[in-house]
Design a protein around this ligand. Structure first.
Ligand code: NDP
Ligand code: BG6
Length: 501
Protein backbone atom coordinates (compact mmCIF):
# COMPACT_ATOMS: atom_id res chain seq x y z
CA UNK A 1 0.00 0.00 0.00
CA UNK A 2 1.41 3.40 -0.94
CA UNK A 3 -0.28 5.53 1.69
CA UNK A 4 -2.97 5.27 4.34
CA UNK A 5 -5.99 5.68 2.12
CA UNK A 6 -6.71 2.04 1.20
CA UNK A 7 -7.14 1.40 4.91
CA UNK A 8 -10.34 3.42 4.80
CA UNK A 9 -12.08 0.39 3.36
CA UNK A 10 -11.51 -1.49 6.64
CA UNK A 11 -14.52 -1.78 8.90
CA UNK A 12 -13.70 -1.76 12.57
CA UNK A 13 -16.77 -2.45 14.66
CA UNK A 14 -17.50 -0.35 17.76
CA UNK A 15 -15.32 -1.70 20.54
CA UNK A 16 -13.57 -1.24 23.88
CA UNK A 17 -9.80 -1.71 23.77
CA UNK A 18 -8.53 -2.72 27.22
CA UNK A 19 -4.75 -2.47 27.61
CA UNK A 20 -3.68 -4.47 30.64
CA UNK A 21 -0.32 -2.88 31.44
CA UNK A 22 -1.55 0.27 29.76
CA UNK A 23 1.03 2.55 31.38
CA UNK A 24 4.11 0.52 30.43
CA UNK A 25 6.84 1.02 27.88
CA UNK A 26 5.14 -1.00 25.14
CA UNK A 27 1.88 0.90 25.54
CA UNK A 28 3.73 4.21 25.51
CA UNK A 29 6.05 3.62 22.58
CA UNK A 30 4.03 1.28 20.38
CA UNK A 31 0.38 0.70 21.21
CA UNK A 32 -0.86 4.22 21.90
CA UNK A 33 0.97 5.71 18.87
CA UNK A 34 -0.34 2.91 16.63
CA UNK A 35 -3.91 3.39 17.84
CA UNK A 36 -3.54 7.13 17.25
CA UNK A 37 -2.37 6.54 13.67
CA UNK A 38 -5.30 4.23 13.03
CA UNK A 39 -7.65 6.87 14.45
CA UNK A 40 -6.04 9.52 12.25
CA UNK A 41 -6.55 7.30 9.21
CA UNK A 42 -10.23 7.20 10.10
CA UNK A 43 -10.46 3.42 10.38
CA UNK A 44 -11.45 3.15 14.03
CA UNK A 45 -14.79 4.90 13.70
CA UNK A 46 -16.13 7.09 16.47
CA UNK A 47 -17.70 4.42 18.69
CA UNK A 48 -14.63 3.22 20.51
CA UNK A 49 -12.86 3.62 23.83
CA UNK A 50 -9.55 2.69 25.41
CA UNK A 51 -9.30 1.52 28.99
CA UNK A 52 -5.79 1.29 30.46
CA UNK A 53 -5.27 -1.00 33.44
CA UNK A 54 -2.25 -1.16 35.75
CA UNK A 55 -1.56 -1.55 39.48
CA UNK A 56 -1.06 2.16 40.19
CA UNK A 57 -4.10 3.14 42.26
CA UNK A 58 -3.25 6.86 42.24
CA UNK A 59 -3.65 7.36 38.52
CA UNK A 60 -7.10 8.31 37.21
CA UNK A 61 -8.75 9.07 33.87
CA UNK A 62 -7.44 12.65 33.81
CA UNK A 63 -3.89 11.55 34.64
CA UNK A 64 -4.02 8.86 31.97
CA UNK A 65 -5.25 11.33 29.35
CA UNK A 66 -2.24 13.54 30.11
CA UNK A 67 0.02 10.44 29.92
CA UNK A 68 -1.40 9.65 26.46
CA UNK A 69 -0.73 13.19 25.24
CA UNK A 70 2.89 12.94 26.43
CA UNK A 71 3.32 9.53 24.82
CA UNK A 72 2.01 10.87 21.52
CA UNK A 73 4.26 13.94 21.64
CA UNK A 74 7.25 11.65 22.29
CA UNK A 75 6.21 9.50 19.34
CA UNK A 76 6.45 12.52 17.07
CA UNK A 77 2.72 12.74 16.34
CA UNK A 78 1.79 16.05 14.70
CA UNK A 79 0.49 18.55 17.29
CA UNK A 80 -2.97 18.67 15.68
CA UNK A 81 -3.23 14.87 16.09
CA UNK A 82 -2.35 14.74 19.80
CA UNK A 83 -5.99 14.72 20.86
CA UNK A 84 -7.05 12.39 18.08
CA UNK A 85 -7.87 9.48 20.39
CA UNK A 86 -10.38 11.76 22.15
CA UNK A 87 -10.24 12.47 25.88
CA UNK A 88 -13.82 11.39 26.35
CA UNK A 89 -12.86 7.90 25.12
CA UNK A 90 -9.78 7.36 27.32
CA UNK A 91 -10.11 5.73 30.73
CA UNK A 92 -7.92 4.26 33.44
CA UNK A 93 -8.55 1.68 36.16
CA UNK A 94 -6.05 0.72 38.86
CA UNK A 95 -5.91 -2.91 40.01
CA UNK A 96 -3.45 -2.65 42.92
CA UNK A 97 -4.10 -6.11 44.38
CA UNK A 98 -5.02 -8.17 41.36
CA UNK A 99 -7.53 -10.10 43.50
CA UNK A 100 -11.11 -11.09 42.76
CA UNK A 101 -12.41 -7.77 44.12
CA UNK A 102 -10.16 -5.87 41.71
CA UNK A 103 -11.36 -7.90 38.72
CA UNK A 104 -14.99 -7.48 39.77
CA UNK A 105 -14.38 -3.70 39.77
CA UNK A 106 -12.76 -3.99 36.35
CA UNK A 107 -15.80 -5.84 35.02
CA UNK A 108 -18.11 -3.13 36.36
CA UNK A 109 -15.95 -0.41 34.86
CA UNK A 110 -15.97 -2.14 31.48
CA UNK A 111 -19.78 -2.22 31.49
CA UNK A 112 -20.04 1.42 32.64
CA UNK A 113 -17.75 2.64 29.87
CA UNK A 114 -19.65 0.60 27.30
CA UNK A 115 -22.88 2.19 28.44
CA UNK A 116 -21.43 5.68 28.52
CA UNK A 117 -19.85 5.38 25.06
CA UNK A 118 -22.74 3.36 23.62
CA UNK A 119 -20.59 0.35 22.77
CA UNK A 120 -22.11 -3.03 21.98
CA UNK A 121 -19.76 -5.17 24.08
CA UNK A 122 -16.99 -6.00 21.58
CA UNK A 123 -13.79 -6.17 23.63
CA UNK A 124 -10.06 -6.52 23.12
CA UNK A 125 -7.96 -7.46 26.16
CA UNK A 126 -4.35 -6.72 25.31
CA UNK A 127 -1.84 -8.21 27.81
CA UNK A 128 1.01 -5.67 27.65
CA UNK A 129 2.21 -7.07 30.95
CA UNK A 130 5.24 -8.76 32.45
CA UNK A 131 4.90 -12.31 31.08
CA UNK A 132 4.95 -13.88 34.54
CA UNK A 133 1.51 -12.39 35.25
CA UNK A 134 -0.17 -13.60 32.01
CA UNK A 135 -1.72 -16.70 33.68
CA UNK A 136 -3.12 -14.88 36.72
CA UNK A 137 -4.57 -12.12 34.53
CA UNK A 138 -6.25 -14.67 32.25
CA UNK A 139 -7.74 -16.31 35.35
CA UNK A 140 -8.80 -12.93 36.73
CA UNK A 141 -10.62 -12.03 33.52
CA UNK A 142 -12.34 -15.40 33.43
CA UNK A 143 -13.43 -15.31 37.08
CA UNK A 144 -15.49 -12.24 36.35
CA UNK A 145 -16.75 -13.55 32.99
CA UNK A 146 -14.77 -11.01 31.01
CA UNK A 147 -13.70 -13.83 28.69
CA UNK A 148 -17.14 -13.87 27.11
CA UNK A 149 -18.87 -10.57 26.55
CA UNK A 150 -22.08 -9.60 24.82
CA UNK A 151 -20.14 -9.05 21.56
CA UNK A 152 -16.84 -10.57 20.44
CA UNK A 153 -13.95 -10.86 22.93
CA UNK A 154 -10.31 -11.10 21.78
CA UNK A 155 -7.26 -11.75 23.91
CA UNK A 156 -3.89 -10.43 22.73
CA UNK A 157 -0.81 -12.07 24.25
CA UNK A 158 2.56 -10.34 24.01
CA UNK A 159 5.86 -12.13 23.64
CA UNK A 160 7.64 -13.99 25.10
CA UNK A 161 5.22 -16.90 24.93
CA UNK A 162 6.68 -19.11 27.65
CA UNK A 163 10.30 -19.76 28.54
CA UNK A 164 10.43 -23.29 27.17
CA UNK A 165 8.11 -25.97 25.82
CA UNK A 166 6.74 -26.85 29.24
CA UNK A 167 5.83 -23.28 30.25
CA UNK A 168 4.41 -22.53 26.78
CA UNK A 169 2.16 -25.61 27.10
CA UNK A 170 1.02 -24.56 30.56
CA UNK A 171 0.23 -21.05 29.33
CA UNK A 172 -1.71 -22.46 26.37
CA UNK A 173 -3.66 -24.72 28.74
CA UNK A 174 -4.54 -21.80 31.01
CA UNK A 175 -5.64 -19.69 28.07
CA UNK A 176 -7.62 -22.52 26.46
CA UNK A 177 -9.50 -23.19 29.70
CA UNK A 178 -11.16 -19.82 29.26
CA UNK A 179 -10.71 -18.67 25.66
CA UNK A 180 -11.21 -20.44 22.37
CA UNK A 181 -8.15 -20.40 20.09
CA UNK A 182 -10.16 -18.28 17.64
CA UNK A 183 -10.18 -15.53 20.29
CA UNK A 184 -6.42 -15.58 20.90
CA UNK A 185 -3.90 -13.32 19.15
CA UNK A 186 -0.29 -14.18 20.07
CA UNK A 187 1.90 -11.34 18.91
CA UNK A 188 5.19 -11.68 17.10
CA UNK A 189 5.76 -8.19 15.82
CA UNK A 190 7.96 -9.48 12.97
CA UNK A 191 4.81 -10.81 11.34
CA UNK A 192 3.43 -7.27 11.24
CA UNK A 193 6.39 -5.95 9.29
CA UNK A 194 5.43 -5.25 5.70
CA UNK A 195 8.63 -6.77 4.42
CA UNK A 196 8.02 -9.99 6.32
CA UNK A 197 4.52 -10.23 4.87
CA UNK A 198 6.05 -9.50 1.50
CA UNK A 199 7.98 -12.77 1.76
CA UNK A 200 4.70 -14.53 1.06
CA UNK A 201 3.93 -12.28 -1.88
CA UNK A 202 7.45 -12.61 -3.21
CA UNK A 203 7.26 -16.37 -3.11
CA UNK A 204 3.67 -17.05 -4.07
CA UNK A 205 2.83 -14.19 -6.43
CA UNK A 206 5.95 -14.60 -8.55
CA UNK A 207 5.94 -17.95 -10.30
CA UNK A 208 9.50 -17.30 -11.43
CA UNK A 209 10.87 -17.70 -7.90
CA UNK A 210 8.51 -20.33 -6.57
CA UNK A 211 9.49 -22.69 -9.38
CA UNK A 212 13.13 -22.39 -8.28
CA UNK A 213 12.43 -22.62 -4.55
CA UNK A 214 13.66 -26.15 -3.82
CA UNK A 215 16.60 -28.46 -3.33
CA UNK A 216 17.12 -28.82 -7.08
CA UNK A 217 17.95 -25.14 -7.44
CA UNK A 218 19.00 -23.83 -4.05
CA UNK A 219 22.38 -24.48 -2.46
CA UNK A 220 21.85 -22.83 0.93
CA UNK A 221 19.72 -20.29 2.78
CA UNK A 222 21.10 -17.82 5.31
CA UNK A 223 18.96 -15.74 7.66
CA UNK A 224 20.62 -12.91 9.53
CA UNK A 225 19.02 -10.67 12.17
CA UNK A 226 21.80 -8.49 13.48
CA UNK A 227 21.61 -5.49 15.77
CA UNK A 228 24.28 -2.92 16.44
CA UNK A 229 23.02 -1.97 19.90
CA UNK A 230 23.88 -3.81 23.09
CA UNK A 231 21.27 -4.71 25.69
CA UNK A 232 21.28 -1.18 27.13
CA UNK A 233 19.20 -1.02 30.32
CA UNK A 234 17.26 -4.24 29.62
CA UNK A 235 19.36 -6.64 31.72
CA UNK A 236 16.38 -7.24 34.02
CA UNK A 237 14.62 -8.95 31.15
CA UNK A 238 17.45 -9.97 28.85
CA UNK A 239 19.75 -11.70 31.33
CA UNK A 240 16.97 -14.18 32.05
CA UNK A 241 16.28 -14.65 28.38
CA UNK A 242 19.18 -14.53 25.91
CA UNK A 243 19.25 -14.53 22.12
CA UNK A 244 17.74 -17.99 21.72
CA UNK A 245 14.56 -17.11 23.60
CA UNK A 246 14.49 -13.45 22.59
CA UNK A 247 14.97 -13.84 18.83
CA UNK A 248 15.43 -17.41 17.54
CA UNK A 249 12.39 -19.12 19.06
CA UNK A 250 10.01 -16.44 17.80
CA UNK A 251 11.12 -13.88 15.20
CA UNK A 252 13.62 -16.10 13.42
CA UNK A 253 11.38 -19.14 13.60
CA UNK A 254 8.78 -17.05 11.77
CA UNK A 255 11.24 -16.03 9.07
CA UNK A 256 12.36 -19.63 8.68
CA UNK A 257 8.75 -20.79 8.38
CA UNK A 258 7.83 -18.19 5.78
CA UNK A 259 10.88 -18.93 3.66
CA UNK A 260 10.53 -22.69 3.91
CA UNK A 261 6.82 -23.47 4.08
CA UNK A 262 4.78 -25.12 1.34
CA UNK A 263 2.25 -23.16 -0.71
CA UNK A 264 -0.89 -22.79 1.43
CA UNK A 265 -4.16 -23.79 -0.21
CA UNK A 266 -5.57 -20.35 0.50
CA UNK A 267 -4.38 -17.10 1.99
CA UNK A 268 -6.23 -17.33 5.26
CA UNK A 269 -5.17 -17.71 8.89
CA UNK A 270 -5.81 -21.44 9.16
CA UNK A 271 -4.07 -22.42 5.90
CA UNK A 272 -1.00 -20.23 6.41
CA UNK A 273 -0.57 -21.22 10.05
CA UNK A 274 -0.91 -24.94 9.33
CA UNK A 275 1.82 -24.75 6.67
CA UNK A 276 4.14 -22.93 9.08
CA UNK A 277 3.54 -25.56 11.76
CA UNK A 278 4.25 -28.35 9.23
CA UNK A 279 7.50 -26.68 8.29
CA UNK A 280 8.69 -26.34 11.89
CA UNK A 281 7.85 -29.99 12.49
CA UNK A 282 9.88 -31.02 9.45
CA UNK A 283 13.11 -29.55 10.77
CA UNK A 284 15.48 -32.29 11.92
CA UNK A 285 16.53 -32.12 15.57
CA UNK A 286 19.44 -29.67 15.81
CA UNK A 287 22.59 -31.23 17.25
CA UNK A 288 24.66 -29.25 19.77
CA UNK A 289 27.63 -29.18 17.38
CA UNK A 290 25.51 -27.16 14.95
CA UNK A 291 24.89 -24.35 17.41
CA UNK A 292 27.18 -21.50 18.41
CA UNK A 293 26.31 -19.37 21.44
CA UNK A 294 28.39 -16.31 22.21
CA UNK A 295 28.32 -12.93 23.88
CA UNK A 296 29.98 -9.63 23.16
CA UNK A 297 33.12 -8.44 24.89
CA UNK A 298 33.92 -4.80 25.60
CA UNK A 299 35.79 -2.78 23.03
CA UNK A 300 35.79 0.20 20.74
CA UNK A 301 33.02 0.76 18.24
CA UNK A 302 33.12 3.81 15.98
CA UNK A 303 35.68 5.47 18.24
CA UNK A 304 33.56 4.87 21.34
CA UNK A 305 34.32 2.45 24.18
CA UNK A 306 31.41 0.08 24.84
CA UNK A 307 31.04 -2.35 27.77
CA UNK A 308 31.09 -6.09 27.37
CA UNK A 309 27.92 -8.00 28.17
CA UNK A 310 29.15 -9.01 31.62
CA UNK A 311 29.78 -5.33 32.47
CA UNK A 312 26.35 -4.13 31.41
CA UNK A 313 24.38 -2.78 34.38
CA UNK A 314 22.25 -5.43 36.06
CA UNK A 315 23.87 -8.52 34.52
CA UNK A 316 24.42 -11.34 37.02
CA UNK A 317 28.18 -11.96 37.49
CA UNK A 318 27.46 -15.70 37.09
CA UNK A 319 25.40 -15.18 33.96
CA UNK A 320 25.70 -17.70 31.13
CA UNK A 321 23.30 -15.78 28.89
CA UNK A 322 24.22 -15.54 25.21
CA UNK A 323 23.76 -12.41 23.09
CA UNK A 324 24.50 -14.23 19.82
CA UNK A 325 23.38 -17.50 18.31
CA UNK A 326 24.29 -19.07 14.99
CA UNK A 327 22.96 -22.43 13.96
CA UNK A 328 22.74 -24.79 11.03
CA UNK A 329 19.62 -26.82 10.45
CA UNK A 330 18.12 -29.11 7.87
CA UNK A 331 14.53 -29.57 6.79
CA UNK A 332 13.55 -33.13 6.21
CA UNK A 333 11.02 -32.88 3.44
CA UNK A 334 10.88 -33.29 -0.34
CA UNK A 335 11.43 -29.62 -1.02
CA UNK A 336 14.43 -29.00 1.22
CA UNK A 337 16.18 -32.26 2.01
CA UNK A 338 19.96 -31.62 1.99
CA UNK A 339 19.76 -27.81 1.80
CA UNK A 340 21.37 -26.20 4.86
CA UNK A 341 19.57 -23.30 6.50
CA UNK A 342 21.89 -21.08 8.54
CA UNK A 343 20.44 -18.72 11.11
CA UNK A 344 22.34 -16.09 13.06
CA UNK A 345 21.33 -13.27 15.34
CA UNK A 346 23.13 -11.10 17.82
CA UNK A 347 23.43 -7.81 19.59
CA UNK A 348 26.32 -5.36 19.26
CA UNK A 349 27.20 -6.62 15.79
CA UNK A 350 28.49 -4.71 12.77
CA UNK A 351 25.14 -3.14 11.91
CA UNK A 352 21.38 -3.42 12.17
CA UNK A 353 20.25 -5.72 9.40
CA UNK A 354 17.58 -8.31 8.81
CA UNK A 355 18.32 -10.18 5.63
CA UNK A 356 17.56 -13.49 3.99
CA UNK A 357 20.12 -14.69 1.48
CA UNK A 358 19.16 -17.50 -0.86
CA UNK A 359 22.10 -18.86 -2.80
CA UNK A 360 21.22 -20.82 -5.90
CA UNK A 361 23.26 -23.67 -7.29
CA UNK A 362 26.16 -22.89 -9.60
CA UNK A 363 25.87 -23.48 -13.33
CA UNK A 364 26.76 -27.13 -14.05
CA UNK A 365 29.45 -26.24 -16.59
CA UNK A 366 31.64 -23.22 -17.12
CA UNK A 367 30.89 -22.14 -20.68
CA UNK A 368 33.39 -19.33 -20.79
CA UNK A 369 36.53 -21.15 -19.81
CA UNK A 370 37.97 -20.84 -23.31
CA UNK A 371 37.51 -17.06 -23.03
CA UNK A 372 39.57 -16.92 -19.85
CA UNK A 373 36.56 -16.40 -17.55
CA UNK A 374 36.23 -19.72 -15.85
CA UNK A 375 34.96 -18.78 -12.42
CA UNK A 376 31.60 -20.27 -11.72
CA UNK A 377 29.19 -18.17 -9.72
CA UNK A 378 25.86 -18.81 -8.21
CA UNK A 379 23.01 -16.34 -8.27
CA UNK A 380 22.09 -14.96 -4.91
CA UNK A 381 18.77 -13.49 -3.90
CA UNK A 382 19.06 -11.05 -1.00
CA UNK A 383 15.80 -10.11 0.68
CA UNK A 384 16.48 -7.20 3.00
CA UNK A 385 13.72 -6.80 5.55
CA UNK A 386 15.30 -3.86 7.36
CA UNK A 387 16.62 -1.23 7.42
CA UNK A 388 16.91 -0.62 3.62
CA UNK A 389 13.88 -2.68 2.70
CA UNK A 390 14.03 -4.29 -0.71
CA UNK A 391 15.72 -7.09 -2.58
CA UNK A 392 18.63 -7.74 -4.88
CA UNK A 393 19.14 -10.58 -7.30
CA UNK A 394 22.84 -10.94 -7.94
CA UNK A 395 23.67 -12.00 -11.48
CA UNK A 396 26.76 -12.19 -13.69
CA UNK A 397 27.11 -9.75 -16.59
CA UNK A 398 29.81 -9.31 -19.18
CA UNK A 399 32.03 -6.32 -18.60
CA UNK A 400 31.95 -4.35 -21.89
CA UNK A 401 35.03 -4.60 -24.12
CA UNK A 402 38.08 -6.82 -23.88
CA UNK A 403 39.34 -8.92 -22.20
CA UNK A 404 36.36 -11.17 -21.72
CA UNK A 405 35.40 -10.62 -18.12
CA UNK A 406 32.36 -11.32 -15.95
CA UNK A 407 31.18 -9.15 -13.11
CA UNK A 408 28.58 -9.76 -10.44
CA UNK A 409 25.98 -7.05 -10.19
CA UNK A 410 22.78 -6.74 -8.14
CA UNK A 411 19.44 -6.19 -9.86
CA UNK A 412 17.83 -4.37 -7.02
CA UNK A 413 14.66 -2.83 -5.77
CA UNK A 414 14.20 -0.61 -2.73
CA UNK A 415 10.82 0.03 -1.15
CA UNK A 416 11.63 3.66 -0.52
CA UNK A 417 12.05 4.25 -4.27
CA UNK A 418 8.65 2.81 -5.08
CA UNK A 419 6.47 3.55 -2.07
CA UNK A 420 5.90 6.48 0.23
CA UNK A 421 6.07 4.87 3.61
CA UNK A 422 5.87 1.57 5.42
CA UNK A 423 3.32 1.23 8.22
CA UNK A 424 4.63 0.28 11.62
CA UNK A 425 4.18 -3.40 12.53
CA UNK A 426 1.97 -2.63 15.53
CA UNK A 427 -0.36 -0.53 13.41
CA UNK A 428 -0.85 -3.49 11.08
CA UNK A 429 -1.29 -6.00 13.89
CA UNK A 430 -3.72 -3.89 15.93
CA UNK A 431 -5.88 -3.37 12.89
CA UNK A 432 -5.89 -7.13 12.32
CA UNK A 433 -6.94 -7.73 15.94
CA UNK A 434 -9.73 -5.22 15.54
CA UNK A 435 -10.93 -6.75 12.29
CA UNK A 436 -10.56 -10.32 13.55
CA UNK A 437 -7.86 -11.49 11.13
CA UNK A 438 -5.55 -14.04 12.81
CA UNK A 439 -3.30 -14.70 9.80
CA UNK A 440 -0.38 -12.72 11.22
CA UNK A 441 -0.60 -14.18 14.72
CA UNK A 442 1.02 -17.24 16.19
CA UNK A 443 -1.13 -20.32 16.70
CA UNK A 444 -0.85 -22.27 19.98
CA UNK A 445 0.61 -25.27 18.17
CA UNK A 446 3.07 -23.08 16.31
CA UNK A 447 4.45 -21.63 19.55
CA UNK A 448 4.83 -25.15 20.92
CA UNK A 449 6.38 -26.53 17.72
CA UNK A 450 8.96 -23.78 17.84
CA UNK A 451 9.82 -24.48 21.48
CA UNK A 452 9.96 -28.17 20.70
CA UNK A 453 12.60 -27.44 18.08
CA UNK A 454 14.67 -24.72 19.73
CA UNK A 455 14.02 -25.37 23.45
CA UNK A 456 16.56 -28.24 23.64
CA UNK A 457 19.27 -25.79 22.57
CA UNK A 458 18.91 -23.73 25.74
CA UNK A 459 22.13 -24.34 27.59
CA UNK A 460 22.35 -22.49 30.90
CA UNK A 461 25.27 -24.61 32.09
CA UNK A 462 27.84 -23.69 29.48
CA UNK A 463 29.71 -20.43 29.09
CA UNK A 464 29.16 -18.80 25.70
CA UNK A 465 32.01 -18.03 23.27
CA UNK A 466 33.16 -14.45 22.79
CA UNK A 467 32.93 -11.94 19.96
CA UNK A 468 34.24 -8.46 19.42
CA UNK A 469 31.68 -5.64 19.46
CA UNK A 470 31.07 -4.25 15.99
CA UNK A 471 32.09 -7.55 14.34
CA UNK A 472 29.90 -10.14 12.61
CA UNK A 473 30.17 -12.56 15.53
CA UNK A 474 32.54 -15.23 16.81
CA UNK A 475 35.01 -17.20 14.68
CA UNK A 476 33.17 -20.36 15.72
CA UNK A 477 30.23 -19.21 13.60
CA UNK A 478 32.49 -19.02 10.56
CA UNK A 479 33.75 -22.50 11.30
CA UNK A 480 30.15 -23.76 11.51
CA UNK A 481 29.67 -22.95 7.82
CA UNK A 482 33.26 -23.65 6.85
CA UNK A 483 32.78 -27.32 7.80
CA UNK A 484 30.18 -27.52 5.04
CA UNK A 485 32.24 -25.60 2.49
CA UNK A 486 30.12 -22.48 2.91
CA UNK A 487 30.68 -19.01 4.32
CA UNK A 488 28.46 -16.23 5.54
CA UNK A 489 27.59 -14.08 2.55
CA UNK A 490 28.56 -10.45 2.90
CA UNK A 491 25.33 -8.91 4.04
CA UNK A 492 25.49 -5.59 2.23
CA UNK A 493 23.01 -3.82 0.05
CA UNK A 494 25.14 -3.76 -3.08
CA UNK A 495 27.05 -6.94 -2.67
CA UNK A 496 30.45 -7.85 -3.82
CA UNK A 497 29.93 -11.45 -2.97
CA UNK A 498 33.44 -12.59 -3.51
CA UNK A 499 34.85 -15.46 -5.46
CA UNK A 500 33.11 -18.51 -4.24
CA UNK A 501 29.55 -17.33 -4.25
P1 NDP B 1 6.76 -2.43 31.46
O1 NDP B 1 7.39 -3.00 32.68
O2 NDP B 1 7.26 -1.14 30.93
O3 NDP B 1 5.20 -2.23 31.72
C1 NDP B 1 4.40 -3.20 32.35
C2 NDP B 1 3.00 -2.65 32.56
O4 NDP B 1 2.25 -3.61 33.26
C3 NDP B 1 2.92 -1.38 33.39
O5 NDP B 1 1.80 -0.63 32.98
C4 NDP B 1 2.71 -1.92 34.81
O6 NDP B 1 2.15 -0.90 35.59
C5 NDP B 1 1.75 -3.06 34.49
N1 NDP B 1 1.77 -4.16 35.45
C6 NDP B 1 2.84 -4.79 35.96
N2 NDP B 1 2.44 -5.80 36.76
C7 NDP B 1 1.09 -5.81 36.71
C8 NDP B 1 0.10 -6.62 37.32
N3 NDP B 1 0.44 -7.60 38.13
N4 NDP B 1 -1.19 -6.36 37.04
C9 NDP B 1 -1.54 -5.34 36.22
N5 NDP B 1 -0.64 -4.53 35.63
C10 NDP B 1 0.66 -4.76 35.88
O7 NDP B 1 6.83 -3.59 30.37
P2 NDP B 1 6.77 -3.42 28.78
O8 NDP B 1 5.69 -2.46 28.44
O9 NDP B 1 8.14 -3.16 28.25
O10 NDP B 1 6.41 -4.89 28.32
C11 NDP B 1 5.10 -5.38 28.40
C12 NDP B 1 5.01 -6.66 27.58
O11 NDP B 1 5.29 -6.36 26.22
C13 NDP B 1 6.01 -7.75 27.97
O12 NDP B 1 5.41 -8.99 27.79
C14 NDP B 1 7.15 -7.56 26.97
O13 NDP B 1 7.86 -8.75 26.78
C15 NDP B 1 6.35 -7.19 25.73
N6 NDP B 1 7.14 -6.47 24.75
C16 NDP B 1 7.60 -5.22 25.03
C17 NDP B 1 8.33 -4.51 24.08
C18 NDP B 1 8.80 -3.12 24.34
O14 NDP B 1 9.33 -2.52 23.38
N7 NDP B 1 8.65 -2.58 25.54
C19 NDP B 1 8.63 -5.10 22.73
C20 NDP B 1 8.05 -6.42 22.54
C21 NDP B 1 7.34 -7.05 23.52
P3 NDP B 1 2.13 -1.01 37.19
O15 NDP B 1 3.52 -1.25 37.62
O16 NDP B 1 1.50 0.29 37.67
O17 NDP B 1 1.25 -2.15 37.47
C1 BG6 C 1 12.27 -7.74 20.39
C2 BG6 C 1 13.42 -8.21 21.22
O1 BG6 C 1 11.26 -8.71 20.36
O2 BG6 C 1 12.73 -7.52 19.07
C3 BG6 C 1 14.55 -7.19 21.20
O3 BG6 C 1 12.98 -8.38 22.57
C4 BG6 C 1 14.95 -6.88 19.78
O4 BG6 C 1 15.68 -7.67 21.92
C5 BG6 C 1 13.73 -6.51 18.97
O5 BG6 C 1 15.85 -5.78 19.83
C6 BG6 C 1 14.10 -6.38 17.49
O6 BG6 C 1 12.99 -5.88 16.83
P1 BG6 C 1 13.19 -4.99 15.53
O7 BG6 C 1 11.79 -4.70 15.09
O8 BG6 C 1 13.95 -3.76 15.97
O9 BG6 C 1 13.97 -5.81 14.57
Amino acid sequence: MTDGSPLQSYQVEPHLFVVLGGTGDLARRKLVPALRRLASLGVLGSRRAILAVARDADLDDLGFREWVREALRESGAPEEEIDRLGDARLFYEGLPKGDRGDYARLARRVREIEQQCELPGNRVFYMALPPRVFPEVVEGLAETDLNEGPGWTRLVVEKPFGRDLESARRLNETIHRHFDESQVYRIDHYLGKETVQNLLVFRFANALFESQWNRERIEEVQITVSEDLGIGSRAGYYDGSGALRDMIQNHMAQLLSLVGMEVPGRFDAESVRQEKIKLLRSVSPIEGENVVRARYTGGEVDGRQVPGYMDEPGVDPRSTTETYVALALGIDNWRWQGVPFYLRTGKRLDRRLTQIAVRFREPPVCMFESMGACETHSNVLLLTLQPDEGFALVVDVKVPGEPFELRRIPLDFFYKQAFEGIPDAYQTLLLDVLTGDQTLFVHAEEAEASWDLFGPLLDPDSTPQKYTPGSWGPVEADALLGRRGHRWLDPVDHPDLGEDS
